[in-house]
Design a protein around this ligand. Structure first.
Ligand code: ADP
Ligand code: MG
Length: 697
């Protein structure tokens, strides 16, 4: 395989090499300029590109093309058209025009739009994103696109993402110009998303309606063994898993995805894959493909990949670490502290901008990771808390402290600048301590946002990060452009920013109760549930942020907020209905059958020996029947409440009521059922147990 990897890598991608090879020089130049600057594509160029793409795709076995987009469902969407075009009455040729490449028509009416698109305006269109490479898979040429309504509103996650990338570039360049950078033409944010997941045997999965319908187990008593021995984390890979991972890597490599790291995670049957980072829009596309391929390839191995944030209670859930940084088009990472005083100033300004952004927009960052699934994880002592804070590490903390206090930084190795800003030694990655409990940690030359859920599209967190930091840049540039003495102004700006936003910096244990109290005293937000968080989306400061930077209009914000509420309610609704079905049709009947057997045994025993006490049977019958009664009462209650809540018209009220009334009943029902599981004969229990699910892979 070793020799083959470089050959297969990116072989199904219409990437820069292929473009250079296949496009006329002028066209290639024009296209790369479009990609580098984020400008719109020249229409005359599109025809040539389309034709070259088609020829290349056909060589790779494609017969169709599809505009590939990211509607607000959280997953990707595609509609395939073949390249065929009739010639006369019985022949076809393969054709693909620039027009077809650039723009596609799509019926938007069945995608969630949060009221954005009235039903009479059902049409939407997809627009090619030349900055993400097209690729061939499953016999189709995939063209990454943005998805908009005919009135121009974004109906997807891609469009605001691209807009946010433009915003941070524009504002960041203003700042770089002031600091003497005359050559950079664009700033890009880069992202590496570490993806966690669970694997379960397909045969077990097929016996669990909860996994099939909701992605998580709604019942299940703990197995005798969990993750307490810590023997799974980084442990040797089982051969089935290893074979799956090898296939997955190969599939991803052909799509040009730099799948780099794979290992076992903390919980049994939990694993992680990390790619090498890419430009944000590509990283988003790639993460979606990674998730899709994890599922697809798992099936080939008789396995199922679970991407839910919390498939099993009692062991860790799955998240996604969004490693994020900013670099120039010249390839300079702006979160590298650098070696010279000038570079240090730039780095400190970046740091200040990010700290300010995270503090000012804690609510948006929280919203960007909020989902019914992730609610089971955040703040549950295994994942970052629901409170947003930043971890910087001791060295940076001290530097910032010294800037706030106007004192010399003790650890200075290379002297101090005249303006009183300490020179910082380049950070070696391993010197930044790893605080795993921090939701937003500096890790050497990037920040790692760790609150993301494993199943989510990573676009929204990056939209928020890019735009919030763009706003810090804007405010900084506004001040500094007016300054008479730039050095003094930078110095003052750093001092004030660090001073005003130091409350967001926290290096302690994010899982502790003390932190919750302290965070409250510091005035930090603690938006415990998704529903609490969603409300903040349309706060005036947030609307101002997105509209001023041209990332989302007020209507686009409202539509997204509504979809979030709706989606939350839908998810809990499906979970409740699944529970109702499983308890009514599988669990109660199984318990009754077992009770019948136990009663028969007791009766048979006593008919032979009337003096026998039959304590085992009596106790079992009594306890199990009691629990069965409780389960039945909870079931009936759930049915009644569920029906009422699902009929609530207002999306916000509905989501709130699902959270406040339905989730607690579900928890009560689960408790009774899980207890019955521990008392039942395994022969009668209708579901694979936690032990089966997690250890029989
Ligand atoms: P960890 O120990 O947290 O796994 P790694 O060094 O393996 O740290 O990096 C984790 C992720 O961060 C990888 O996906 C990597 O490509 C990504 N990463 C590294 N540098 C950058 C950067 N400049 N911008 C964005 N992501 C980055
Ligand atoms: Mg990491």
């Amino acid at each position: 395989m070793d020799k083959r990897v470089p050959e297969i890598f990116g072989s199904m991608v219409f990437n820069d090499d292929v473009m250079r090879e296949r496009l006329p020089k002028e066209v290639y130049k024009s296209l790369t300029k479009t990609i580098a600057t984020g400008k719109t594509i020249d229409a005359s160029v599109a025809d040539v590109v389309a034709n070259a793409m088609k020829d290349w795709a056909i060589e790779k076995g494609a017969t169709h093309y599809t505009h590939w987009f990211q509607p607000l469902t959280g997953v990707t969407a595609e509609k395939h058209d073949s390249f065929i075009s009739p010639v006369g009455s019985c022949k076809v040729v393969m054709e693909f025009s620039g027009k077809e490449l650039i723009k596609g028509e799509s019926d938007a009416s069945s995608f969630p739009s949060g009221g954005l698109r009235a039903t009479f305006e059902a049409r939407g269109y997809t627009a090619w994103d030349p900055a993400s490479y097209a690729f061939v898979k499953d016999g189709s040429l995939y063209i990454p696109t943005a998805f908009c309504s005919y009135t121009g509103e974004a109906l997807d996650t891609k469009t605001p993402l691209l807009r946010s990338m433009d915003a941070i570039s524009a504002q960041g360049l203003r700042l770089l110009r002031l600091l003497g950078d005359t050559t950079s033409k664009r700033l890009t944010t880069t992202v590496g998303a570490e993806q966690e997941y669970f694997i379960v045997d397909k045969k077990m999965y097929d016996l669990r309606k909860d996994l099939q319908f909701t992605g998580r187990t709604l019942f299940g008593a703990p197995a005798p063994k969990g993750q307490e021995l810590e023997d799974h984390y980084f442990g040797p890979l089982k051969s089935r898993i290893s074979a799956f991972m090898a296939d997955l890597d190969e599939a991803l490599w052909t799509l040009g995805i730099n799948s780099k790291t794979k290992h076992n995670e903390a919980a049994p049957a939990q694993h992680e894959l990390a790619p090498i980072y890419a430009t944000t829009n590509m990283a988003v596309d790639q993460n979606l493909l990674i998730m899709e391929y994890m599922k697809k390839i798992a099936e080939k191995h008789g396995l199922v990949c679970l991407l839910h944030e919390k498939p099993y209670e009692g062991v860790n859930g799955s998240g996604k670490h969004n490693n994020w940084s900013i670099s120039t088009d010249g390839g300079k990472n702006l979160l590298d502290a650098g070696k010279t005083p000038r570079e240090n100033v730039k780095f400190l300004l970046m740091l200040a901008a990010i700290i300010k952004a995270v503090d000012d927009y804690q609510d948006l960052l929280r919203i960007s990771v909020a989902s019914a699934g992730n609610d089971h994880r955040l703040g549950a002592n295994e994942a970052p808390p629901a409170i947003v804070s930043i971890f910087l590490g001791e060295e940076l903390d001290q530097i910032i402290r010294s800037i706030i206090d106007g004192k010399t930084y003790e650890g200075v190795r290379a002297g101090i600048m005249d303006l009183g800003i300490p020179t910082i030694p380049t950070f070696r990655k391993d010197t930044t301590d790893r605080n795993r409990t921090s939701p937003f940690a500096f890790t050497g030359n990037k920040f790692e946002f760790r609150m993301l859920g494993s199943s989510q599209n990573i676009a929204m967190p990056n939209i928020v990060l890019n735009t919030a930091v763009a706003e810090s840049f804007r405010q900084f540039a506004d001040v500094l452009e007016k300054a008479e003495n730039l050095d003094a102004a930078v110095s003052r700006l750093l001092k004030e920013t660090f001073r005003d936003h130091q409350r967001i910096i926290f290096d302690g244990n994010g899982y502790s109760e003390e932190w919750e109290k302290e965070a409250e005293a510091r005035g930090l937000l603690n938006l415990r549930t998704s529903v609490d968080a969603y409300h903040c989306f349309h706060a005036p400061k947030n609307v101002k942020l997105f509209t001023e930077h041209g990332v989302m209009s007020e209507i686009e914000i409202h539509s997204r907020e509504e979809i979030l509420f709706e989606n939350y309610a839908k998810i809990v609704n499906i979970e409740a209905l699944t529970m109702i079905e499983m308890v009514s049709r599988d669990i109660i009947p199984a318990v009754n059958a077992y009770l019948g057997e136990v009663a028969n045994v007791a009766a048979a025993k006593q008919s032979v020996l009337p003096t026998l006490k039959c304590t085992v049977e009596r106790n079992l019958l009594e306890k199990l029947s009691e629990l069965n009664e409780i389960a039945y009462a909870e079931l009936e209650n759930l049915k009644r409440v569920e029906a009422k809540v699902s009929a609530i018209g207002d999306a916000v009220k509905r989501a709130e009521t699902y959270r406040d009334l339905v989730l607690p009943i579900m928890a009560g029902l689960r408790k009774a059922v899980d207890e019955m599981e521990t008392m039942m004969s395994s022969k009668y229990w209708p579901l694979p147990t936690y032990g089966d699910l997690m250890f029989k892979v």
